[in-house]
Design a protein around this ligand. Structure first.
Ligand SMILES: C[S@@+](CC[C@H](N)C(=O)[O-])C[C@H]1O[C@@H](n2cnc3c(N)ncnc32)[C@H](O)[C@@H]1O
Length: 299
């Protein structure tokens, strides 16, 4: 389903996945004990008008969030805390790679003087800016949208937007990696490394690549209907060879920390204890192998 140089808007192809995760952030925000607060997410879902996600938002009954939604809450909080830890260490540049409908530039309490760069495809960023402008939202940092494809020369676009490689930066690549072909995936980390001054940090989630139909069917059987409706997200993933991000960073002068979503959920007071008992071992193993990685570049 993917081709070199393919592009999308917010309701097609990879763009639709950004709308999907925003929907689950909106639902998590409505939870009586939410792990995160993203009041902006619902605006995007309403403005996009995509029927499946609109319907999910209209029925935020208990249990709608499901396992996938809980993982999304965990994930959002992990990256929120990553950026807060970075600014507490004095980092004042953030680069959100594949920002999609991430509203952190508006949601988080960035210290004065912070610049937040958001990189994504042009039509995704246009949609996002339009919705935020229509609602009169005001960013809490100097937000700069950088419309460029992450398979292209994005470092040139980022530096043209004012990124300063002599100053430390906090990078996030959230919900991105399997959507990149192996060459762009490996180049992503090489480029982050070469643009990172000492003291910089990076966070990403390693949730696998390529998924065979068997696993997909198992997920539906045990966890209920596909949270993305008719979209089989795995059709948009690449499964070609690539470096392991944590190993690669560790080999390139970064100290690396890995944590599983299960451990994080427990840390956040929302342990995931209700996995179906009869879950096949290979699926359980796949879930447990997913990890969140944060790394800091040595000084
Ligand atoms: C699952 S969404 C995640 C969005 C956001 N990081 C979040 O967690 O809400 C994947 C995002 O990756 C972006 N993306 C994927 N491949 C890309 C590429 N080659 N260039 C630019 N953006 C890309 C999509 O446009 C989409 O916004």
């Amino acid at each position: 389903m993917r081709t070199d140089g393919d592009s999308w808007d917010i309701v097609t192809s990879v763009g639709l996945t950004a709308l999907g995760v925003a929907t689950f952030r909106a639902l998590e925000t409505l939870d009586p004990e939410p792990m995160i607060h993203d009041e902006y997410a619902a605006w995007f879902v309403e403005a996009a008008g995509e029927p499946h996600f609109l319907q999910k938002l209209d029925e935020p009954a208990a249990g709608t969030v499901g396992l996938f939604g809980r993982f999304m809450g965990v994930r959002t909080r992990f990256f929120d805390e990553f950026f807060a830890a970075a600014w507490q260490r004095g980092v004042r540049q953030a680069v959100i790679l594949a920002s999609g409908l991430d509203a952190r530039a508006y949601r988080l309490d960035w210290p004065a003087g912070t610049v937040v760069f958001e990189i994504d495809q042009p039509r995704v960023l246009e949609f996002k800016s339009k919705v935020l402008d229509e609602h009169g939202a005001v960013a809490r940092a100097d937000r700069r949208a950088v419309a460029v494809d992450l398979r292209d020369d994005w470092p040139a676009a980022l530096t043209a937007a004012g990124f300063d490689p002599r100053r430390s930066a906090a990078w996030s690549a959230e919900g991105l990696l399997p959507f990149l072909p192996g060459s762009a995936h490996d180049a992503l980390f090489e480029r982050i490394d070469s643009l990172s001054a000492p003291g910089s940090c990076v966070a990403t989630d390693d949730f696998g690549r390529g998924m065979d139909q068997r696993h997909f069917d198992m997920e539906e059987k045990f966890f209920g209907p596909n949270p993305f409706g008719n979209l089989n997200v795995h059709d948009l993933w690449y499964d070609d060879a690539r470096a392991d991000p944590g190993d690669w960073l560790a080999q390139h002068n970064w100290s690396v920390h890995r944590v599983t979503p299960f451990d994080l959920a427990a840390t956040y007071g929302r342990p995931i204890t209700d996995l179906p008992a009869e879950l096949p071992a290979e699926l359980l193993d796949r879930l447990r192998r997913a990890s969140y990685i944060s790394a800091e570049k040595h000084r």
